[in-house]
Design a protein around this ligand. Structure first.
Ligand code: CAA
Length: 291
């Protein structure tokens, strides 16, 4: 059976699959399901979900259709027990140049408010599996916000981050003022939001917005490697660890520490915690079963 799977390099490659494996991958095969994104599974064990924004003519501007597709792909990966981490990337020129300005140009207040415009954008911040943004090129406005909804940001050395909405007579609407401020502090966030100035990958690294910077052509494979490392741990416990770290942005220190302790205690109800410690004592590699 030949199924056309799209690769990161935008090539459409025929992949031959046995009938029994078809059901497992069909979510990620082309077949016309996605217009604006390429979806695949990566890594030696096929355990890293991979989403590539693919609207090159508009520098991956985030039109409604694109966001809906990203949300669908995230849902598929959440339900796929073989996937332990997700990488989201764009092209070498642009991760995403923001919300689609042409789509927004004639919108009214009533349409935005009444239709809760942008309310479906935060899906990426609600998935349980760890998500890594691999950012090459422009990450502006909603593009920067999308990256900041991810758990880890890796940047290519030519990446540029910015919240230029002020130059369009508006302000960030998908978490830019909140997440950027938490990531880089008040002064730099204010400067970026009030001037629309961009920062480089190196500045983003210095300010804590991104964790690592790589040469442009190595970025995606490094992000996939990180995804594989995460996916080799217990998916159940990784979700708990992610929940605990995210709580640091919502709770007081005392509340956060209490939640962390409860989640820590909860790992003692899992087979994976027992396996992890037993493997250490027996000097072997742990075999996690996600339960
Ligand atoms: N929306 C729609 N189309 C966009 C776009 C966007 N955000 N960004 C770029 N494009 C389109 C351009 O209109 C152009 O299309 P045409 O060829 O049909 O004219 C194409 O992508 C290529 O763009 P440029 O010719 O402008 O390329 P450039 O290299 O000269 O400049 C850029 C690149 C600096 C990223 C510039 O395109 C730019 O400033 N884009 C807008 C960035 C921006 O303001 N983003 C914030 C949007 S608002 C927002 O995101 C709100 C929110 O909080 C959710």
């Amino acid at each position: 059976m030949a199924v056309f799977c799209r690769s990161a390099a935008s090539l459409v490659k025929p992949v031959f699959l046995l009938p029994s494996t078809f059901a497992a991958v069909r979510h990620y095969s082309s077949g016309g399901q996605f217009q604006y994104i390429l979806v695949d599974k990566k890594g030696d064990n096929n355990n890293v979900g991979f989403i590539q924004l693919n609207r090159p003519k508009a520098l991956n501007a985030l039109c409604d259709g694109l966001i809906i597709e990203v949300n669908k792909a995230l849902d598929s990966f959440e339900q796929d027990s073989g996937v332990g981490a997700i990488v989201i990337t764009g092209s070498e020129r642009a991760f995403a140049a923001g919300a689609d300005i042409k789509e927004m140009q004639n919108r009214t207040f009533q349409e935005c408010y009444g239709g809760s415009f942008l309310s479906h954008w935060n899906k990426i911040s609600t998935v349980k599996k760890p998500v890594i943004a691999a950012v090459n090129g422009f990450a502006l406005g909603g593009g920067c916000e999308l990256a900041m909804m991810c758990d880890i940001i890796y940047a290519g050395e030519k990446a540029q981050f910015g919240q230029p909405e002020i130059l369009l007579g508006t302000i960030p609407g998908a978490g830019g003022t909140q997440r950027l401020t938490r990531a880089v502090g008040k002064s730099l966030a204010m400067e970026m939001v009030l001037t629309g100035d961009r920062i480089s990958a190196q500045e983003a690294k210095q300010s804590g917005l991104v964790s690592k910077v790589f040469p442009v052509d190595q970025l995606v494979s490094e992000a996939i490697k990180c995804g594989e490392k995460i996916a080799s741990n217990s998916k159940l416990v990784a979700a708990m660890a992610k929940e605990a770290v995210n709580a640091a942005f919502e709770l007081t220190l005392a509340e956060g520490n209490r939640l962390e302790k409860r989640l820590f205690h909860s790992t003692f109800a899992t087979e994976d915690r027992k396996e992890g410690m037993t493997a250490f004592v027996e000097k072997r590699k742990a075999m996690f079963k996600d339960n």
